[in-house]
Write a protein that binds this ligand. Structure first.
Ligand SMILES: [Zn+2]
Length: 429
């Protein structure tokens, strides 16, 4: 008895003693996967590791390179795989090389096509992902959106930034369409051009929901969003821009910022989510709630959607300069009542082409709907988790049908709520 006890004791002491030794000596950290997300705005390299990464980095010029040393990491297939993944059309990255630098240190050299500014940050395990180390590479002449100066009031900031904005968002509504074609008319009738921000939910590191047959929400939302943009651009007095036009991640707040910089009249976020129950079906439309959610399901969905930033990966060390001004803006109540009107118009049209999940516009605290001055809705086109609806969602003809219904809803909304004239437009004449 006593002997057995001592044996166990020795074994336990051995374990305690061995643990720190192993930790010091081996420190083996395995790269499980690598992913590259090139885009015109920034290129992202993501390393997924067995443990939190220990790393150092520096940059070299002539030619421009970013060097990343990963401690306790051995070059393996997942890491080497990355070298072959660089797309020739990547706007920032020319090539990636991986090699053993010294015992226990693997060096990753990212050759750059242009001068860049990089953000390197770790992410804790989230969703289906383990520990991640993320390298975001922005062109040097373009500020990463989150670092833009926050020195001016709401209106000024929105306008000021729009003028420097290098991405292809339209600038503030300076365009106008001439509606009255009668040249004899004494007063020509000008119609203000309506700008619609079309937001394809999720993207890049954040796949969104997954369908039973393997489709990803992020691909479906982008395809529907592009169709919606094409349809909106065909309208005489409307134009659309996409908050993302590729498979890359945009933080929720940045989607809102883009719409504000472009002085969008509407913000429409496209989704196709999953619910725990695969028989859940139908389309729904959501608006922001200042107070509580209108149902438990709406609350669940908003929480789920807001996790996009955690899954997609946001550098929390960079403060968003727009956040504060968004919170203090008092026009939110008006924006919400307009959002509900827009939501009802779109929901009515969706009811004509698909079963509705709920007969009214629901509300919850969706971060992507928080523009204080832009009516904003989130459209859950259908449930990707329902096999029947997944099949329809991946069908191009049905994607067109969905886009048509949304644009019809937008037009009905503007018929009843004409956009207010902007002083700015008058001045620009
Ligand atoms: Zn979604």
């Amino acid at each position: 008895m006593r002997r057995a006890f001592i044996h166990i004791l020795i074994a336990l002491i051995g374990l305690f003693a061995a643990t720190p030794l192993w930790a010091d000596e081996g420190k083996a950290n395995e790269v499980k996967a690598t992913r590259l997300w090139p885009s015109p705005e920034y290129s992202r390299v993501a390393f997924e590791l067995g443990e939190a990464a220990s790393y150092k980095y520096f940059s070299l010029n002539n030619p421009d390179r970013l060097v990343l040393d990963l401690d306790g990491v051995e070059p393996n297939a997942a890491l080497l795989d990355m070298c072959g993944k660089v797309s020739p059309s990547d706007p920032q990255i020319a090539s990636i090389k991986v090699g053993k630098n010294r015992p226990g240190v693997t060096r990753v050299v990212i050759a750059l096509k242009t001068a860049v500014r990089a953000q390197i940050f770790p992410l804790k395990p989230m969703g289906d992902y383990g520990h991640r180390l993320v390298v975001d590479i922005y062109p040097a002449n373009q500020d990463s959106a989150a670092e833009k100066p926050a020195d001016t009031a709401v209106g000024k900031a929105a306008k000021g930034v729009a003028e420097q904005e290098p991405v292809k968002e339209p600038k503030a509504a300076t365009g106008i369409a001439l509606a009255g074609k009668d040249a004899k008319s004494a007063k020509p009738e000008y119609v203000r051009l309506i700008t619609v921000a079309v937001d394809a939910g999720h993207g890049g590191e954040d796949p969104g929901a997954k369908g039973a047959n393997g489709s990803h929400e992020k691909d479906i939302t982008l395809s529907i969003a592009r169709r919606l943009k094409t349809l909106i651009d065909k309208q005489e007095n409307m134009r659309a821009f996409l908050t993302r036009d590729g498979d890359y991640f945009i933080p929720l707040q940045e989607r809102v910022n883009k719409a504000r910089r472009a002085q969008a009249d509407l913000f429409v976020s496209i989704h196709a989510d999953a619910f725990a129950k695969s028989h859940a079906r139908g389309s729904s439309v959501f608006a922001l709630s200042e107070k509580g959610a209108t149902s438990a399901a709406a609350k669940w969905l908003a929480r789920h959607e807001n996790e996009a930033d955690l899954i997609g990966g946001v550098n929390i060390d960079v403060k968003d300069p727009y956040l504060k001004q968004t919170l203090i803006d008092l026009s939110q109540t008006q924006a919400i009542s307009d959002s509900l009107r827009l939501g009802r118009a779109v929901l009515t049209e969706l009811g004509g082409i698909n079963q509705l999940h709920k007969g009214q516009v629901e509300q919850a605290g969706f971060a992507v709907l928080k523009a204080p001055d832009i009516p904003s809705i989130l459209v859950e086109t259908a449930f990707i988790s329902n096999p029947d609806e997944e099949k329809r969602l991946t069908d191009e003809a049905y994607q067109d049908t969905l886009a048509n219904a949304i644009v019809a809803g937008i037009k009905h909304y503007f018929e009843k709520n004409p956009p207010l004239a902007r002083n700015k437009v008058a001045q620009s004449l």
